[in-house]
Design a protein around this ligand. Structure first.
Ligand SMILES: *Cc1c(COP(=O)(O)O)cnc(C)c1O
Length: 428
C-alpha cells in the first residue's frame, strides 16, 4: 500500500483479500485459534513464529485495521488498543518505568494530563510539563539523566494549541530519546508527524478516525526509525533479554521496524489487557474508509463557523488555528497546510450565564462531552467538566466561564451558522 496515495490507503489499506475471500475485512469473532500440534503452538509462545493464539494479544481483524493506520501514518508497525487512554499509557509505559522521567507538553488532553500527573506518578514515573510555546533552551532544560521520552499533541484537545513538532523532535533526539505525538485531532489526513521527526504516534480512534461516535478505541504506530540499540542503557526493556519471553532481545530480533510494537503487544497487552474488540475494529475501519473525505468537510465547516463568530458582536474571542491572527496560525500553516480539525472554541461576552443561554437555545448542535464526530456538538467547561472551579480559577486555567468548545460536524455550514445565530439572538 505504500505506493498509493493516502486516500487510497484509507479505502483499501491493510487488507487485500485473496481469490474468493470476503471483500470487506471479516470480523474474526473468536477468542482463540486452533493448532494441530502443541509444538506449533509452542513456537508462537516463543515468538519464533508469528500467528494467532488468543485475541487478547492479536486478532486478524485488529491487525488488518492496525496495518491500515500504519500505512496512513507512514509507519512500519501498529497496534490497536481499547481506548485512546490505553494507547497513550502503553506507548509511555513501553519505555518508562519506576524511577524514570518523561517530558510532556502542558497543553494536552485532560485525561492524559491526569494519567501522567496522578496515575503514572503513583507508579514512580515523574513528568516535567513544558509550555508548547517554550524556547528550545527551556525545553532542553527539562531533560534529566533518566528521561525516556517526550510527549505532545499535534493539536491539543481542548486548548487548540499546535505543537512545534520539529523543535520537540530535535530536543528529544539531542537527548537520545524518542518523540511521541498524539495525532488524534489532526489525523494523518492533515498531518503526518513522522514527516516532521516524531518517532511514535498515538490516536484516540474514538474521535475522527471512527468519526461517527460509535466505538471507543485507540492506536499506537511506530515510525520504525528510532535506533534503540544506539542507547541500550536508556532502553533496557528493548535492548536486553526479556526473561518472560525466554531471553528474547526485542531490538535485536525485530529490528527498528518491529521492536517497539512487538514488545508493547507481547508484554503490555499480555499483562494489562486493553485489546480493542474485533467488532469495534470493524466499525473503526468503516470510519477510516471515508476519513479523507470527511476531514476536509469538518475543517471547512469549522472555518466558516469561526469566521462567522469572529464578526459577531456578542463574541469576545475565537480560537481556531485556521483564522489569521490566531496565535497558532503560522504554525498551523507549516504543519497543517490542508486544514486542522473541526473544533473551534470561543468566548461569549456575557460569561457563564450567556454561555448557558446560548447552548440551551441551540437546536442542531447538541450538548455533549464528545468531540470529532459527524454531528455538531458543544460544551461549556465552566458548567460541566470544570464546574468545581470558581470564575477566577477558570480564568487562570485558560478556560474562562464564557468559553464554549464547539465540534463542527458534517452538516451544511449554512444550517450550523443559522442555528448559532438564532441561539446568540437569545443571549441578552
Ligand atoms: C479523547 C482523547 C484521548 C483519550 O481517548 P479515549 O478514546 O477517550 O480513551 C486522548 N488524546 C486525545 C487528544 C483525545 O482527544
Amino acid at each position: 500500500m505504500s505506493d498509493f496515495r493516502l486516500d487510497t490507503a484509507c479505502v483499501q489499506g491493510g487488507y487485500t483479500p485473496g481469490n474468493g475471500e470476503p471483500r470487506q475485512i471479516p470480523i474474526v469473532q473468536s477468542t482463540t485459534f486452533k493448532y494441530n500440534t502443541g509444538e506449533d503452538m509452542g513456537r508462537l509462545f516463543d515468538l519464533e513464529d508469528s500467528g494467532y493464539f488468543y485475541t487478547r494479544l492479536q486478532n486478524p481483524t485488529n491487525d488488518a485495521v492496525a496495518a491500515k493506520i500504519a500505512a496512513l501514518e507512514g509507519g512500519t508497525a501498529a497496534m490497536l488498543t481499547s481506548s485512546g487512554q490505553a494507547a497513550n499509557f502503553f506507548a509511555l509505559f513501553n519505555l518508562a518505568g519506576c524511577g524514570d522521567h518523561i517530558v510532556a507538553s502542558s497543553s494536552i488532553y485532560g485525561g492524559t494530563f491526569n494519567l501522567f500527573s496522578v496515575t503514572m506518578a503513583r507508579m514512580g514515573i515523574e513528568t516535567t510539563f513544558v509550555s508548547p510555546d517554550c524556547t528550545e533552551a527551556e525545553l532542553n532544560a527539562a531533560f534529566r539523566e533518566n528521561t525516556k521520552c517526550v510527549f505532545g499533541e499535534t493539536i491539543a484537545n481542548p486548548a487548540l494549541t499546535v505543537l512545534d513538532i520539529e523543535l520537540f523532535a530535535r530536543a528529544a533526539h539531542a537527548h537520545g530519546v524518542p518523540l511521541i505525538v498524539d495525532n488524534t485531532f489532526a489525523t494523518p489526513v492533515n498531518c503526518r508527524p513522522f514527516e516532521w521527526g516524531a518517532d511514535i504516534v498515538t490516536h484516540s480512534t474514538t474521535k475522527y478516525m471512527d468519526g461517527h461516535g460509535a466505538a471507543v478505541g485507540g492506536a499506537i504506530v511506530d515510525s520504525g526509525r528510532f535506533d534503540w540499540m544506539a542507547h541500550p542503557d536508556k532502553f533496557p526493556g528493548l535492548c536486553s533479554p526479556d526473561e518472560s519471553y525466554h531471553g528474547i532481545t526485542y531490538a535485536e530480533k525485530f529490528g527498528r521496524e518491529g521492536a517497539f510494537i512487538t514488545k508493547c503487544t507481547a508484554q503490555l497487552m499480555r499483562d494489562f489487557g486493553s485489546i480493542q474488540s474485533p467488532q469495534h475494529a470493524f466499525y473503526l475501519n468503516l470510519g477510516l474508509e471515508s476519513l479523507h473525505v470527511r476531514m476536509p468537510r469538518h475543517c471547512a465547516n469549522a472555518q466558516a463557523v469561526a469566521e462567522f463568530l469572529q464578526k459577531h458582536p456578542k463574541v469576545s474571542r475565537v480560537r481556531y488555528c485556521g483564522l489569521p491572527g490566531d496565535p497558532y496560525y503560522d504554525r498551523a500553516r507549516k504543519y497543517l497546510p490542508n486544514g486542522s480539525c473541526g473544533v473551534v472554541s470561543f468566548e461569549l461576552k456575557g460569561g457563564r450565564e450567556a454561555a448557558s443561554l446560548f447552548m440551551n437555545s441551540l437546536k442542531l448542535a447538541a450538548i455533549e462531552t464528545h468531540v470529532a464526530d459527524a454531528r455538531t456538538c458543544c460544551l461549556n467547561p465552566a458548567t460541566t467538566t470544570h464546574r468545581q472551579m470558581t470564575d477566577a480559577q477558570l480564568e487562570a486555567a485558560g478556560v474562562p466561564a464564557g468559553l464554549v468548545r464547539m465540534s463542527c460536524g458534517l452538516e451544511a455550514a449554512e444550517d450550523l451558522i443559522a442555528d448559532i445565530a438564532q441561539a446568540l439572538d437569545q443571549v441578552k
